[in-house]
Design a protein around this ligand. Structure first.
Ligand SMILES: Cc1cc2nc3c(=O)[nH]c(=O)nc-3n(C[C@H](O)[C@H](O)[C@H](O)COP(=O)(O)OP(=O)(O)OC[C@H]3O[C@@H](n4cnc5c(N)ncnc54)[C@H](O)[C@@H]3O)c2cc1C
Length: 439
């Protein structure tokens, strides 16, 4: 019986382990934490809420969608009403349309200048604003403020985001489904068939090639197997927490041209909502001249009352706010930090009944961040080429290896299918699709 070690028990590693086990391999999942699931983590008190992934993104193509029925996962499309707010109240003007025009312009710019050097999204916006004369300076400013929303999904400041990557972010926005009764149902489903094969609290530090397969060095001794799938986060690999064999040196090099972003969430609940509960999401548009520094940062604010989840709000923050937030030590500090934004929603010093924030940027097993991202000068294409050119019995999986929906849970899941299929090919085991593999 052939054997495989899977490093990392997130959605990618667990998916890969399931595929390999269902094809008759002996699998061992080595997980550093005392739980599996990685960046998917559902907390149940005082209400069910997600510390990591909370949406099934891009539902038209999301490979997790069939699980809604199988696992009785309930979701809510929270895109019916999105209200844009500034520090002075509801946003006026054409900022959203100007931002869309900027992305279309950027796409065309790199199409017409295929050899143009990458530049930051901020510089690219300046270039756009200088080259168009059909909108006035007020509209250009509004467009800039809305374009800064890229800071949240990229997990880095606008001045660092790759302009080339932003230029590919056009087109109509696919739908996202907010999961109400636990993303962890997906993890529990993936755990079912492999529960006895998971080793928790095993910190992997090195992978070496041997004459018969691979040796994996860990905090709990050495493990050996015919094949290995490395499904740890990008940043864990990038900073060398796990040393890799020299025959994948091209992967190690390409890793240096990829970046890792940081985003946080804050949950606040109240006895009585003071915000408009008919709205699904509020988008706070940053203001460069705001008196309070936090008001110069973008926020996506999910109204949890709209889906009936809680009398509360969930804030998704930019990297700059996340860094400040994760330095706070008390619940009062968290509320004080976010107060100016709460005030925009109608807050008058009501006492929250629950306050929580995430700490992914403090978590070494999450790579001290949240998802792979593209800084100016990075080359995701070269990374994907390098990682998927690897043949043989050492493969890579994780959201950063996904061709589609990179950064997201379904992209990570798909990457687990791809890595497992490549291992099976290497071992000459015929592959049977289980209809969850989008290969
Ligand atoms: C705050 C936040 C919000 C998000 N929102 C969404 C969303 O709404 N929708 C969506 O689709 N995606 C979202 N994502 C992204 C999504 O959660 C991830 O893309 C996905 O869960 C990554 O899965 P993975 O298996 O690639 O990595 P991970 O889940 O990080 O799994 C990697 C595993 O490797 C383990 N590991 C690390 N180092 C070692 C080591 N040295 N030895 C052994 N084990 C190790 C880790 O503990 C971890 O369990 C969000 C992420 C975050 C953090």
């Amino acid at each position: 019986m052939s054997s495989a070690i899977i490093v990392g028990g997130g959605i990618a590693g667990l998916r890969a382990a399931n595929v390999l086990k269902s094809h008759g391999l002996k699998v061992t999942i080595l997980e550093g934490r005392d739980r599996v699931g990685g960046r998917i983590l559902t907390e149940t008190e005082p209400f069910m809420h997600e510390m990591g992934a909370s949406w099934f993104h891009s539902t038209a193509t999301n490979n997790l969608m069939p699980l809604l029925k199988t696992l009785n996962i309930e979701g809510y499309f929270d895109d019916s009403s999105v209200v844009a707010l500034t520090e002075h109240g509801p946003a006026k003007g054409s900022g959203g349309n100007v931002k869309n025009e900027f992305v279309a312009w950027a796409h065309n710019y790199f199409k017409l200048n295929p050899t143009a050097e990458d530049m930051s999204a901020k510089k690219l916006y300046q270039k756009y604003a200088e080259s168009v004369s059909h909108i006035d300076s007020e509209a250009k400013e509004q467009g800039y403020a809305v374009a800064r929303f890229f800071e949240i999904p990229f997990g880095m400041p606008f001045s660092e985001i790759s302009g080339k990557a932003v230029s590919g972010a056009g087109g109509s926005r696919p739908r996202d489904l907010y999961i109400l009764n636990g993303y962890t149902k997906v993890i529990d489903w993936l755990k079912k068939e492999i529960a006895d094969d998971i080793k928790l609290g095993v910190d992997v530090s090195a992978i070496e090639k041997t004459s018969s397969g691979y040796k994996v060095t860990t905090s709990k001794g050495d493990y050996t197997a015919d094949a290995v799938i490395v499904a740890a986060p990008l940043n864990v690999l990038k900073r060398g927490d796990i040393s890799l064999p020299s025959d994948v040196s091209k992967v190690s090099q390409a890793l240096q041209h990829m970046s890792y972003g940081g985003m946080s969430k804050i949950y606040l609940t109240f006895d009585k909502p003071f915000w408009d509960t008919s709205v699904d999401q509020f988008h706070y548009i940053p203001s460069e001249n705001a008196k309070e520094a936090v008001l110069n940062q973008p926020f996506v604010i999910v109204n949890l009352a709209a889906s009936g989840k809680a009398q509360g709000l969930c804030f998704l923050t930019s990297k700059e706010t996340s860094d400040l937030l994760e330095k706070t030590s008390t619940k009062d500090d968290i509320v004080n930090l976010i107060k100016p934004v709460l005030s925009v929603l109608g807050y008058k010093d009501e006492k929250p009944t629950f306050v929580e924030r995430t700490t992914w940027t403090q978590d070494k097993y999450a790579g001290n961040g949240t998802f792979s991202s593209t800084k100016v000068g990075d080359d995701r294409g070269a990374w994907l080429e390098a990682v998927h050119a690897v043949s043989g019995n050492l493969q890579f999986a994780g959201e950063h290896c996904a061709f589609d929906n990179a950064g997201a849970a379904d992209g990570a899941f798909d990457s687990g299918s791809v890595a497992a299929k490549k291992i099976l090919e290497g071992l000459k085991v015929a592959y049977k699709n289980d209809n969850f593999a989008k290969l």
